[in-house]
Write a protein that binds this ligand. Structure first.
Ligand code: HEM
Length: 139
């Protein structure tokens, strides 16, 4: 470890640096309306953005030598889990109110308010509940 200078900032040797991915992902110069949930931006304006550490504006799995080792696994499991949930459940809120997507204040991000969904009666949905050991209460 040596002293170095990054973008004009002097970083003494042995400094522990934290990269604030949250701020990077809310940079308005890159992301228009950064607080809006607009997944379609990844099909249009940002369709060429790579999440595997090549675009420093978009680093959910970080970048470089210490980036996430589970990135390939995570991307596949996330897709499978989401697809299974959508396939197995009719997703609705209690009285069709919109979902509160505000974030809780933690080191890692959690929803500020719990997501309450109505259970589906499909066999696939029940099997999924059992496999994932979800507790959806009695709704
Ligand atoms: C959506 C899911 C995931 C996200 C967003 C994610 C994100 C990250 C990030 C940002 C880091 C870097 C932390 C740092 O800078 O110190 C990291 C590290 C790491 N992740 Fe993940 N991760 C995910 C899932 C997984 C999974 C499923 C595995 C394993 C199967 C995994 C294994 C690791 C390991 C071993 C490291 C440490 C790498 C190192 O320090 O050399 N991650 N992850």
């Amino acid at each position: 470890m040596e002293n170095c200078t990054v973008s004009g900032y002097h970083i003494p040797a042995q400094t522990r640096l934290f990269v604030n991915l949250w701020m990077i992902h809310l940079e308005p110069a890159v992301w228009s309306d950064p607080c809006e949930f607009q997944p379609e931006r990844f099909l249009t304006t940002h369709k060429d953005f790579d999440v595997r550490g090549q675009n420093f504006e978009y680093m959910s799995f970080s970048s470089g030598r210490r980036m996430c080792h589970g990135v390939s696994f995570a991307l596949q499991v996330l897709q499978l889990t989401l697809a299974s949930l959508i396939h197995g459940f009719d997703l609705e809120t209690q009285s069709n109110e919109s979902v509160d997507t505000s974030e809780g204040k933690r080191l890692t991000f959690v929803k500020a308010s719990p997501l309450e969904l109505l259970k589906s009666s499909s066999l696939h949905g029940f099997l999924l509940l059992y496999m994932l050991k979800f507790d959806f209460g009695d709704s």
